[in-house]
Design a protein around this ligand. Structure first.
Ligand code: AMP
Length: 289
């Protein structure tokens, strides 16, 4: 079983102690999560295990990144199950702090990354990325990892963290990990547990709409509008699709594409299936899918 820490000081001292006795080449990999682990998280953990001497997983549902009307209260939590999964995956350390430990006072720092924090997810979830940036930097300061692992599933979050680290010359390597999908194509997410069985087929329309867009792109349709409209049309004809928050395409620097798209651009989507808000994304390529 991994060693479980609840206190900042204790996990810090433990990792420091290991570093001091292990010598220069010792490396720490860090996987920040909100728990209720699934195979997507496991992929991040696997990669960290391969690349580092020590793998630390944090499990913390960060209240700062939830809006007042969002699912903070009902977000799934099961520390026992998470610990067992971490144990099986060979995680060395789990850091699962309480709210009092993380935020004895409400933080007054707001962190914004221009052009990332305030678009797409940032429009529909005001304050979300400030909360994400704060908790991730705070966790980096506590764990002081050499590498940190983030899923492409949350693409805008990955871009945010990459830019923060770059602009602040933060001494950590950000390692992106491709999205893990269920056999039927649904991107794994802790929030999938909210989906009713009869809603799942509609949730799959997101992945299937990406395949349609990819086919169109391969056939020479490079207009951003054509692809976005095809996606919206396909998703919205499914039952239980309550609302499409956005369908957009961005380039590698997270600029929103208006005209022609090219290989490497990403389609980003947020859709409400019943009471569940799902996000997903897809990298456009000429490859057959
Ligand atoms: P979460 O617990 O949802 O905050 O996710 C923790 C980390 O796991 C983030 O870096 C996510 O992007 C990543 N992650 C979540 N779902 C997946 C997935 N299906 N595939 C790859 N990474 C994922």
């Amino acid at each position: 079983m991994p060693t479980l820490f609840r206190k900042i000081k204790e996990v810090k001292n433990f990792i420091r102690g290991l570093r001091a006795s292990a010598g220069n080449s010792f490396s720490v990999g860090f996987v920040p999560t909100m728990g209720y682990l699934h195979e997507g998280h496991m992929e991040l953990i696997k990669k960290s295990k391969l690349q580092n001497d020590l793998t630390v997983v944090s499990i913390y549902v960060n209240p700062l990144q939830f809006g007042p009307e969002e699912d903070y209260e009902r977000y799934p939590r099961d520390l026992e199950r998470d610990l067992a999964m971490c144990g099986e995956a060979g995680v060395d350390v789990v850091f699962a702090p309480t709210d009092e430990e993380m935020y004895p006072e409400t933080p007054k720092v707001k962190i914004e990354v221009e052009g990332i924090s305030n678009v797409l997810e940032g429009v529909f979830r005001p304050g979300h990325f400030s909360g994400v940036a704060l908790v991730v930097l705070k966790l980096f300061n506590i764990i002081q990892p050499d590498r940190a692992y983030f899923g492409e599933k949350d693409f805008q979050q990955l871009k945010l963290i990459q830019r923060l680290v770059k602009d602040l010359s933060y001494p950590v390597e950000i390692v992106p990990v491709p999205t893990v999908r269920d056999k039927d194509g649904l991107a794994l997410s802790s929030r999938n547990t909210y989906l009713k069985e009869y809603e799942r087929e509609s949730a799959l329309s997101i992945y299937r709409s990406f395949l349609i867009a990819q086919k169109l792109f391969r056939a020479g349709n490079t207009s951003a509008n054509t692809l976005k409209e095809a996606i919206k049309e396909y998703i919205s004809k499914h039952p239980h699709v309550r609302k499409i928050d956005y369908v957009e395409i961005v380039d590698e620097d997270f600029n929103i594409k208006e005209g022609e798209v090219s290989e490497g651009d990403r389609i980003l989507v947020a859709v409400w299936i019943g009471n569940t808000r799902l996000i997903d994304n897809w990298r456009l390529s000429y490859e057959e899918v």
